[in-house]
Design a protein around this ligand. Sequence first.
Ligand SMILES: Nc1ncnc2c1ncn2[C@@H]1O[C@H](COP(=O)(O)OP(=O)(O)O)[C@@H](O)[C@H]1O
Ligand SMILES: [Mg+2]
Length: 273
Amino acid sequence: MVDKHIPDDTLLYLNNVTVSFDGFKALNNLSFLINNRELRAIIGPNGAGKSTMMDVITGKTRPDTGDVLFNMSKIASPGETKNLFGRSRLNKGSIDLTQYDEAEVANLGIGRKFQKPSVIESLTVWENLELALKGRRSPFESMFKGLSSTGSKKIDETLEKIRLKDRRDLTGASLSHGQKQWLEIGMLLLQDPKLLLIDEPAAGMTDEETFRTADLLRELSEERSLVVVEHDMAFIKALNCKVMVLHEGSVLAEGSLDHVQQDQQVIDVYLGR
Ligand SMILES: Nc1ncnc2c1ncn2[C@@H]1O[C@H](COP(=O)(O)OP(=O)(O)O)[C@@H](O)[C@H]1O
Ligand SMILES: [Mg+2]
């Protein structure tokens, strides 16, 4: 049952979440909390359950057991409560994410970035962002062609954030791998997520892009929570945040990077390999 003592500042709460595939437990009593405006890094060997954890949060996979709660009590404005699709809230206004499908979870304010960017290569950076913004407009608003001035302003602000202001009129195809990843993050930002889940953003990036991405994610966590899965330890170090180590579907260790790097179990199952 739902723990009645979830701390007030909690945005995401997983408690005893188990997911089995043909008897194999991809997640095994997984429990953790993410705070509002927290940046959290997740590491762990292949097969540890990192992607399955994201699948459970985003409504792609239903857990066999356990709670997956998204606490909107501190952030929901009266307008946003309409987005609950008629299902009731739990304690303190929390939403039981296991009751929603992927599209609904996205609308509740959880964005997910997969490893492979879904930028449209033939469109410009600006047009990609415009499409992402229009995706959230109501049918009534979409009847009008073009963008409102608030819409253009939002795109300008996003371009600045994702370091692509001087590339707004270039096509997606002309961007480097790192710039495509930033554009995709920008597209997600235009949906105003409260929580962003990001799978291996630094893979394939140059060293400079890797550090700029860490800076970007740290900046973004001033306004929302981010959960970042990565293998690149230099990138994790640059994120300078709490690290959680997953192993066999459970949390093996958590704390500062220094702390988990000195944990003998973490060295044995992951870092020492
Ligand atoms: N749809 C599925 N069907 C069967 N097994 C799966 C499925 N998804 C994941 N698994 C298994 O669950 C375990 C965890 O996988 P995953 O969450 O992808 O790990 P990670 O992302 O940490 O590498 C792996 O052993 C994987 O083979
Ligand atoms: Mg994975």
